[in-house]
Design a protein around this ligand. Structure first.
Ligand code: URA
Length: 203
């Protein structure tokens, strides 16, 4: 199965109730040959409308961090733990919420084959929910960000702060952890390149 075939299948998914209100399935984008894959939590309003990951306020900060890390967005592949927007509609207007465990589990049917096709050397989990899904259930972002962990889907995985968290923290003063996001992206990409080179030598 190719990535495009998988994307096409995912585009009509009705595997959980998030499908009822979504505008677009946000499958992922970027360089499918990149040794580094960034995996966030799930699409928000802008992502849902455009069908692209990380294009809202958090995405703009992520783009800036990628550039400050010395890279271009097109050098990595970016996707999310869940592919459809999770929102609470009880007030009539959608309010973004974290995806439930049921929704995260349902979306593994896309995330797992997607990673299997991409075969990244390193997965960079953007935020705690992604790290809890891909590294370990009890992942503690405050203590364990920036550390390499074994991962069943790549040679290694590392987690960093979510740009939405950084935006909230920066309102209180300081950089909100932005410099950590930049250095984690840089380190993750360097590690991914090294692993790719090493693998190429032994082949
Ligand atoms: N937050 C995420 O985790 N993913 C997106 O695509 C956008 C915001």
């Amino acid at each position: 199965m190719t990535l495009d075939e998988l994307r096409l299948q995912a585009s009509t998914c009705e595997g959980c109730s998030l499908s009822e209100r979504r505008t677009n399935v946000v499958f992922g984008e970027g360089n499918p040959l990149s040794p580094l894959v960034l995996i966030g939590e799930g699409p928000g309003d802008n992502e849902d409308k455009l069908g692209r990951p990380f294009v809202g306020r958090a995405g703009q900060l992520l783009d800036k961090a990628i550039i400050d890390a010395g890279l271009q967005r097109s050098q990595v592949y970016i996707t999310n733990t869940v592919k459809c927007r999770a929102a609470d509609w009880s007030s009539g207007k959608p309010v973004n919420r974290a995806p439930t465990e049921v929704e995260v589990t349902a979306c593994r049917r896309w995330l797992e084959p997607q990673i299997a096709i991409l075969k990244p050397k390193v997965i960079l989990c953007i935020g705690a929910p992604s790290a809890k899904n891909l590294i370990k259930k009890n992942f503690l972002i405050t203590r364990e960000r920036g550390i390499y962990f074994p991962c069943e889907f790549a040679r290694t995985a590392i987690a960093t702060l979510h740009p939405s968290y950084i935006l909230r923290e920066a309102n209180k003063g300081g950089d909100g952890g932005y410099s950590l996001l930049v250095s984690d992206i840089r380190r993750a990409y360097e590690a991914a390149l090294k692993l790719a080179e090493k693998d190429a030598e032994t082949q």
